[in-house]
Design a protein around this ligand. Structure first.
Ligand SMILES: Nc1ncnc2c1ncn2[C@@H]1O[C@H](COP(=O)(O)OP(=O)(O)OP(=O)(O)O)[C@@H](O)[C@H]1O
Ligand SMILES: [Mg+2]
Length: 243
């Protein structure tokens, strides 16, 4: 039941190789956490999965469809993304931020879109904030609206790029709890984060990316307790010191 199959992708900017021969696969319900130094290509790798960034070569299959054969709207419906900042529209309420994509991308009737938005706001514990504007929400609430917005499209895979790194420490937990619940419900997730407790307790696999290459990937406990590569041990040790 392979959901995502990434086959030898390459990406350069000018002369700089940012991703080099990256291959991996995700099965349905996998939660893979990606870690690596700043500039190692983590965000670029995620962005290639929904074609916010175009690869130079290689192939990416989503449930057997090569993503470059798909219409971009179709692809972005099937692959959701949650960014570091929530990227909500400031002039729209939480509910309208969610219905927008349902209406415009899926062509869903208004009443149905509103009901679906409420369903997913409830899932992230924010049904009472449906009429709030982003400026009236905390950073953690905004991130949860961003997650509800991604979920409402009923994607096959959700990408998370450092979803908690811009949050005050006391707001990180509520976002991680929503993500943990999603994982338990069987959502397939590819997550860039430095939250190693989350990686240990939720991830099915951990990937260490350095200099555009996968150095090592495996069950989190294996990378933490018994890494094959010295670089992995060194990097995870440094992370543990910082966080
Ligand atoms: N649009 C772009 N144009 C040119 N270079 C880029 C672009 N996007 C990324 N890069 C370069 O690609 C490399 C990888 O960047 P990327 O953002 O993927 O790293 P990252 O691992 O997400 O880093 P961070 O932990 O700081 O978020 C960096 O050297 C970066 O400068
Ligand atoms: Mg990044």
């Amino acid at each position: 039941m392979t959901l995502l199959d990434v086959d030898s992708i390459y990406k350069s900017y000018d002369e700089e190789e940012v991703l080099e021969d990256v291959s991996f696969g995700l099965d349905q319900q996998d939660v893979e956490v990606i870690v690596g130094p700043s500039g190692s290509g983590k965000s670029t790798l995620l962005r290639c999965m929904n074609r916010l960034t175009e690869i130079d070569s290689g192939e990416i299959y989503l449930n057997d469809d090569e993503i470059h054969d798909l219409d971009e709207n179709e692809l972005r419906r099937r692959v959701g993304m949650v960014f570091q900042g929530s990227n909500l529209f400031a002039h729209l309420t939480a509910q309208k931020n969610i219905t927008l994509g349902l209406r415009e991308v899926l062509g869903m009737p208004a009443a149905e879109a509103q009901a679906k938005a409420m369903e997913y706001l409830r899932q992230v514990g924010l049904e009472d904030q449906a009429e709030s504007y982003p400026a009236e929400l905390s950073g953690g609430q905004k991130q949860r609206v961003g997650i509800a917005r991604a979920l409402a499209m009923e994607p096959e895979l959700i990408l998370f790029d450092e979803p908690t790194s811009a949050l005050d420490p006391e707001l990180i937990g509520e976002v991680l709890t929503v993500m943990r619940d999603l994982a338990e419900e069987g959502m397939t997730m590819l997550v860039v984060t430095h939250e190693m407790d989350f990686a240990r307790s939720v991830a099915t696999r951990l990937m260490f990316l350095d200099d555009g290459r996968i150095v090592e990937r495996g069950p989190p406990e294996q990378l933490f307790e018994d890494p094959r590569e010295d670089r992995t041990e060194q990097f995870l040790g440094e992370l543990a010191d910082i966080y």
